[in-house]
Design a protein around this ligand. Structure first.
Ligand code: FEO
Ligand code: CA
Ligand code: CA
Ligand code: CA
Length: 770
């Protein structure tokens, strides 16, 4: 029996939470520093449309162009009993629902590829499911499978991200591990150089998968032999599109013209376009690359000290080691490209090495899932940062389209893109989908959000013509494409608001309000030092929590919150918005005045919201967690809610006492507290997992959810001893090889109601007739 200590999952959070925002952007004037004389909550003013009723939402303003007009008012009622918190190594869903595994790590997607043995001896990963299933979208097919049918609910394409793989990485007290432990027979090689065969397997575990799924007798399965099936990996050819195409910053040895890129990486959230294509966000890409210990000086000698500012801001300081040491796999470019150092003797413009390779990642990528012949595009007009999802606002014919996006690192920003082209309904079903993407996503304006203490907000355009950007002392922008490549620096320059790790965004299908999960931020402080951030109105909480009966940890925003925004005039192109907080994550028993501001009950409490999605069929809001702070009590989970709207709650003053005994007051704008009728836990996952990725058939009767990295905490030394795995799911649920001793696998599940009804709600009047 191996008795070596097992690192806690919380220690793994670092790669998702890098803090590279050292800009001086303050907490703005939204923190009241005063002695508070009154503690009663101030009522928020509720606009004339503020008529959300508990348990119902008036569904009257459909903007989902192309859908049938909804009924004037649809009463929504949650039709399931809340799922209790659980630490069982299993997926729990409400009584009356069934969750079945559909597609797990290693499952074959080509006729000739054998079933997954799940013992580390499998090969051919270009024809298997990747690892760490993440964001996911469903694209309907017609009955014969020959063409897109946006309303097709019996046959479709399931497209998803494979974000990363489970490995130990670098953790205090343990030797650094590079290998993706579960996919190698002996847990992989952690000495350098890494064997090419191991690197090849791990690279192929990343990227995207497209599978054809169909419903037969009420049960979904995927077709292993479908011609639509496809893997996209970090080696798949892609086109740089939009303003940065051909720019000097994009030149690499792979594409001297700066017009092409190799692959996509660390794909996290997703999106769909109104014209039927798939969007994926490249998130924590930087960690896969290494820079030499002398690279700052080498770049300065090449006349390019400026690039060092950019690299540091995007998380690659000189001397940084790469996550998997893939650069050691061999001399070929496919390995060398993971070393982004400026190599001696190579041209200063970057055409002879991979010094600019990092600039080819960090984008929203668009793919036509129906057509393998169309080049996949990196949409540079949408800006470069650690992208999560990309979500369109409600659309109106003749008006530009808005796309909402977040940058997930501590203290990063919320962004939106507004297309130059005005929406035409004819483009909802175009002859060529990807060139329709060129029309809407290659030119437009990129904005970053600034939240004011009074509940208002400003979208600030990231434009080279802005004097704050053109004259930014920290980084001299060359042109607008440089602003997009270095969007974080441009956002610093204009004083955007540092947020508590923006994860997914979702747009309410009726109100058009924009919701963002802010997953957590250990660096949110009352009295910040260094790169920490001060509490402010939009990120108002700093509090302690304990784990597993231990002493309370350092204060921060441990459990995260969900902020929502309402565009001025309901216009996607607005430059002003109002906002409040839909929900504050908290433990049900936490201090109601300071921490559990949304008064979450045991049937509702959660930590670290991440995935966020509204059902187009029902309008239900699904919240998924990626948590390491409440996992002593429950594994990660998914909740379903019926939100109201901005301004339906109250302003709650939070008073903090500083070290010098002076008071700091921050006004939290707390949305209407949920009730048992408007928020319930719907699902709890297996041990050490994250719940992420969600989509449904257009009829709302099959819900696809991803279970990412069950049993993530694993050391190479423990691979031979299954008792050391923290999870054996889904093998222990009877899926695939291995049974109760199986190596854990990320997997897609499909949830159906046993009576065949629409997921989550009772009633028969919905937002669309699909
Ligand atoms: Fe991949 Fe920010 O979660
Ligand atoms: Ca706790
Ligand atoms: Ca995420
Ligand atoms: Ca996450």
């Amino acid at each position: 029996m191996n008795t070596s200590p097992r690192p806690e999952r919380t220690a793994l959070a670092g790669s998702d939470a890098e803090n590279c925002n050292t800009s001086a952007n303050p907490a703005f004037g939204d923190v009241l520093e005063a002695r508070l004389s009154r503690r009663n909550a101030l009522r928020l003013s509720v606009g004339s449309a503020g008529a959300a009723v508990l348990g119902t939402v008036g569904l009257s303003a459909c903007g989902g162009g192309g859908d049938a007009a909804p009924p004037a008012s649809v009463p929504l009622a949650l039709n399931f009993a809340a799922v209790p918190k659980s630490t069982a190594d299993a997926v729990s869903v409400p009584a009356g629902y069934t969750a079945a595994v559909l597609f797990a790590l290693g499952d074959p997607i080509a006729a000739a590829t054998p079933d997954y043995r799940n013992d580390g001896t499998d090969g051919d990963f270009d024809n298997r499911a990747g690892d760490h299933h993440d964001g996911m979208e469903y694209f309907g097919l017609n009955a014969t499978g020959t063409a897109r049918d946006a309303a097709g609910s019996t046959r479709g394409l399931l497209v998803q991200n494979h974000e990363a793989t489970s490995h130990a990485g670098a953790r205090a007290g343990f030797p650094t591990e590079y290998a993706s432990t579960y996919v190698h027979a002996n847990g992989g090689t952690n000495t350098l150089p890494r064997p090419a065969a191991e690197v090849d397997k791990e690279v192929a575990l990343h990227g995207l998968s497209i599978i054809e799924v169909s419903r037969n007798a009420g049960r979904f399965s995927y077709d292993k032999a479908s011609a639509y099936n496809r893997r996209v990996t970090p080696l798949t050819a892609m086109r740089i599109s939009g303003p940065a195409r051909g720019h000097a910053l994009m030149k690499t040895k792979h594409s001297v013209a700066g017009t092409d890129a190799r692959g996509t990486l660390n794909n996290c959230g997703t999106g769909t376009t109104p014209w039927g294509t798939f969007l994926t966000g490249e998130e924590n890409f930087a960690g896969y690359f290494t820079r030499s210990a002398t690279d700052n000086a080498d770049r300065a000698a090449a006349g390019d000290a400026r690039s060092v500012v950019s690299l540091n801001r995007y998380g690659r300081s000189q001397g940084a080691a790469s996550r998997h040491a893939w650069e050691t796999g061999g001399p070929a470019d496919a390995y060398a490209r993971w070393n982004i150092s400026a190599l001696a003797g190579q041209p200063a413009d970057g055409s002879g090495d991979y010094r600019n390779e990092l600039n080819t990642f960090g984008w929203v990528v668009e793919m036509d899932p129906y057509d393998k012949a169309q080049a996949i595009r990196k949409r540079t007009a949408l800006g470069r940062f650690a992208h999560e999802s990309a979500t369109f606002g409600l659309r109106t014919a003749g008006k530009p389209l808005a796309v909402y996006m977040g940058d997930d690192s501590r203290g990063e920003y919320i962004y939106k893109f507004v297309s130059a082209a005005a929406w035409s309904e004819a483009d909802a079903n175009p002859a060529n989908r990807i060139t329709t993407g060129d029309k809407y996503l290659d030119s437009g304006r990129l904005y970053v959000a600034k939240f004011n203490a009074d509940g208002s907000g400003d979208w600030i355009e990231l434009d080279i013509a802005n004097a704050a950007i053109a004259g930014y002392a920290t980084y001299a922008f060359a042109d607008q494409a440089d602003v997009l490549v270095n969007a974080r620096l441009a956002a610093d320059a204009v004083g955007a608001t540092k947020m508590d790790r923006p994860e997914w965004c979702a747009v309410h299908p009726v109100t058009g309000e924009i919701y963002y999960t802010l997953t957590n931020n250990s660096n949110r402080k009352v009295e910040p030092t260094g790169s920490q951030m001060a509490v402010d109105a939009a990120n108002p909480r700093a509090y302690s929590d304990s784990y597993g009966g231990g002493a309370p940890g350092a204060p921060g925003n441990i459990h995260g919150h969900i902020i929502r925004m309402k565009e001025a005039g309901g216009e996607g192109a607005a430059t002003r918005f109002s906002w409040d907080v839909y929900l504050f994550g908290a433990e049900a028993g936490a201090d109601a005045a300071r921490v559990n501001l949304s008064a979450l009950t045991a049937e509702q409490d959660f930590s670290s919201p991440d995935g966020l999605w509204f059902s187009p069929k029902t309008g239900l809001c699904f919240i998924q967690t990626d948590d390491g702070a409440y996992t002593d009590v429950s594994n990660c989970m998914m909740l379903a809610g019926i939100p109201g709207q901005v301004g339906d709650g109250a302003v709650v003053p939070l008073e903090y006492t500083k070290a010098d005994a002076s008071k700091l007051v921050v006004n939290a704008r707390v949305g209407a507290k949920p009730t048992a009728a408007t928020l319930r836990r719907f699902l709890v996952g297996p041990v050490d997992c994250e719940i992420t990725g969600i989509t449904e058939t257009p009829d709302g009767k099959a819900l696809f959810v991803n279970i990412q990295h069950p049993g993530e905490s694993i050391l190479q030394a423990d691979i031979a001893d299954p008792s050391r795995y923290t999870s054996h799911w889904p093998g222990n649920a009877g899926y695939g090889a291995g049974g109760a001793n199986a190596r854990p696998r990320s997997a897609t599940i499909v949830i159906t109601r046993d009576d065949g009804g629409v997921i989550g709600v009772s009633g028969d009047r919905f937002l669309n007739n699909n």
